[in-house]
Write a protein of this length. Structure first.
Length: 342
């Protein structure tokens, strides 16, 4: 299905009005992409490749491998010599790309590399209930995403503590909504070159009034109900609407802070006045500020849990054929969504 300019604008407006726990530069890139699509811009294949980048390609490749196992990768464990334990598996659940509540919302902006809360929870609950799975590892490389659905997701992860070892690994980036979820694990490990944190929430308002003036358009919003259509993009944001939007952002931020405090054994004041002020930090500082428990890699964690990673990387895939197929799928997805430039 090829999207029309009006349908793309509707998506843009919905994204702009959502409360976000995400790295600002990532949301800016998403909104820019949607704006270009809304204006009728058609991306050429080489432009899509440039926008995907190597990191996005790798995320897409890992996500495709995970989906083949119902949203998780299974890594076999081997008992130590002399042990009577039975071999089992470690479930590695990906938390990649832009996070959103429903899968369709993810696909609209993040393609095959994003994560939906519903898909993540399904994989997590299946791993939790699988007797052959001895431990769960949340492999995280995400700038965060929409607030919707994240509180419910993190709560189920936190309430599962004690049933099986649950560890999360910052494997590139664990920011905002991704940290909201991943910090609910028993232990948070950050790889040496990763960034962690960005605890905060924000929202935007798209004011199209000046653009309408330039186009000679006069838009009248007809409403019933005092606050209906409040913050409409064809009207300037009023003081009352701005105050309400700020209130909603603060409510989401307070919920985020309370959850992280619960996960990390801290107080809400500790989070709010310490590491919860919106910055992402490197591995060592993350441990110093108690955002994470220690520095280590995904392979380190898997080996500690009994995995045998012969060849130096059993947790990852680098098959060239799979990479090419994943890039081609991503390119076709974006070309299909991009409207004509005529």
């Amino acid at each position: 299905m090829r999207m029309t300019n009006s349908s793309t604008e509707n998506i843009l407006q919905a994204f702009a009005s959502e409360a976000w726990a995400i790295m600002p530069e990532k949301l800016d890139a998403v909104l820019e992409f949607l704006s270009l699509r809304a204006s009728g811009f058609r991306f050429e294949p080489h432009e899509i490749d440039a926008r995907l980048g190597t990191t996005a390609i790798e995320r897409a490749e890992r996500s495709a491998a995970a989906r083949a196992n119902g949203g998780r990768r299974m890594v076999a464990t081997a008992p130590a010599a002399g042990s009577t334990a039975q071999p089992g598996h470690i479930a590695v659940i990906p938390l990649y790309g832009v996070i959103a509540h429903r899968m369709r919302m993810v696909q609209d902006v993040s393609g095959p590399g994003g994560t939906s809360c519903e898909g993540f929870l399904q994989a997590f609950q299946e791993a939790l209930g699988d007797d052959d799975v001895g431990a769960i590892v949340i492999d995280t490389d995400s700038p965060g995403g929409s607030v919707t659905g994240v509180e419910e997701t993190r709560r189920q992860v936190f309430q599962a503590r004690g049933q099986k070892p649950i560890k999360s690994v910052a494997n590139g980036l664990m920011a905002s909504a991704a940290y909201y979820i991943a910090s609910a694990a028993d232990e948070v490990i950050v790889s040496p070159s990763s960034d962690v944190g960005s605890i905060g929430v924000y929202a935007t308002h798209v004011d199209k009034t000046k653009r309408n003036e330039q186009l000679g358009l006069t838009v009248s919003v007809i409403r019933a109900g005092r606050y209906k259509a409040e913050g409409h993009p064809d009207e300037t944001l009023g003081d009352e609407a701005r105050a309400y939007l700020q209130q909603r952002v603060v409510e989401c931020y307070d919920m985020f802070v309370d959850a992280v405090a619960e996960h990390r054994g801290a107080t809400a004041t500790d989070v709010r006045e310490g590491f919860g002020q919106g910055r992402a930090v490197g591995a060592r500082q993350a441990v110093t500020e108690r955002l994470a428990d220690r520095v280590g890699t995904l392979d380190d964690v898997l080996r500690e849990l009994g995995a045998s990673l012969g060849g130096g990387g059993g947790a990852r895939s680098s098959a060239p054929a799979r990479r090419r197929a994943t890039v081609e799928r991503a390119r076709l997805d974006l070309l299909e969504l991009a409207p004509d430039r005529s």
